[in-house]
Design a binder for this molecule. Sequence first.
Ligand SMILES: [Zn+2]
Length: 387
Amino acid sequence: MKLFVLGVSFVTVSWLAWINREVNSRNEAYKYCKVLADNPEFPWAKQLNSQARQAHAERAWAAIERFFLNCKAKIKVKKGYPKFKKYQVRASVEYKTSGWKLSNDRKYLTFSDKFQAGTFRLWGSRDLHYYQLKQIKRVRVVRRHDGYYVQFLINHSRKETKKLCNKQIGLDVGLNHFYTDSFGNKVDNPRFLRKGERRIKKLQRRLSRTEKGSSNRTKARNRLGRAHLKVSRRRNDWVCKLAQRVIQSNDLVAIENLKVRNMVKNHCLAKSINDAAWYKFREWLEYFGTIYGVKVIAVDPKYTSQNCYSCGDKVVKTLSTRTHNCPHCSYIGDRDENAAINILSAALEQLKTTLGHRESHASGENPLCLAVETPLSKGTRRKRKPS
Ligand SMILES: [Zn+2]
């Protein structure tokens, strides 16, 4: 689909303009869209809907801004100097409120800009009749390894009611068990990657045996991509449902504020940690927390596993010591349960001190609201050749 190349080129050219000092602010980036569209050197720029052009200018500017902020904050890791976009499978094009049209029965989506991508049948589990047309603020076409999807960004605040159940819970995530809560319950780690690994490895081998640039290579890459996609979808689905269950049956959820990025640096555990998807879990917890009105508090993970919950003294343990055996107060218990209770009490402490202050969680900005995708018509699924 050339449409993606269009969107990607747009971001690229906007960056080029920034490097050449032609664009120095968000507003200038918007204005530059017009300049580009009128430039005969870039005949493709005019094909894309004007609002879609702006959406891509926004993206380019967001990347530049993030780079500046990171420089200002002097972060130690990569600051993210804007890169030129390459050809990619996971590409997307974003429309705002014009350039597309839903049919009356809301089963077909037509792109009406000069690019003339055509009409697509929508199929998926979401019913678009549930929303007003004017609630749809953006339409994003994305490509995954198994086809094209469209994301509708809908201005809708979801609120669910939940009865108080007088339960507060602390969660300690780990690799042996996905989490251990402060009541001592454990949830097993499903390890989706470990399960799918054999197939992925086989497909990876097959890919590396194919000739570069051959159509067999494209096919093999596609199969591998789909296998990865399956693993990540299963993982996300599992994590999402688990988070919803946790939120529905508690009034307060305490978690650790883990720096997953730093932990992944431990080479031996990196794969397992990534497979565990703790960060996704936390995102879903926070998302459902705002929907159900449940407080989700992230606490500093310092000493949560070392301190004894009953006397507060420090009991030094290595990762392999699974029981907590306190020499000061002779409390013996599960290591993770002890940590979960510590996390809960730290969260309650934090709540006490911040009570009266305004809540820091900005609601409605959760990126997971956008994660639900509606697949485009089956007919378009096969066409995946880079055009
Ligand atoms: Zn103790």
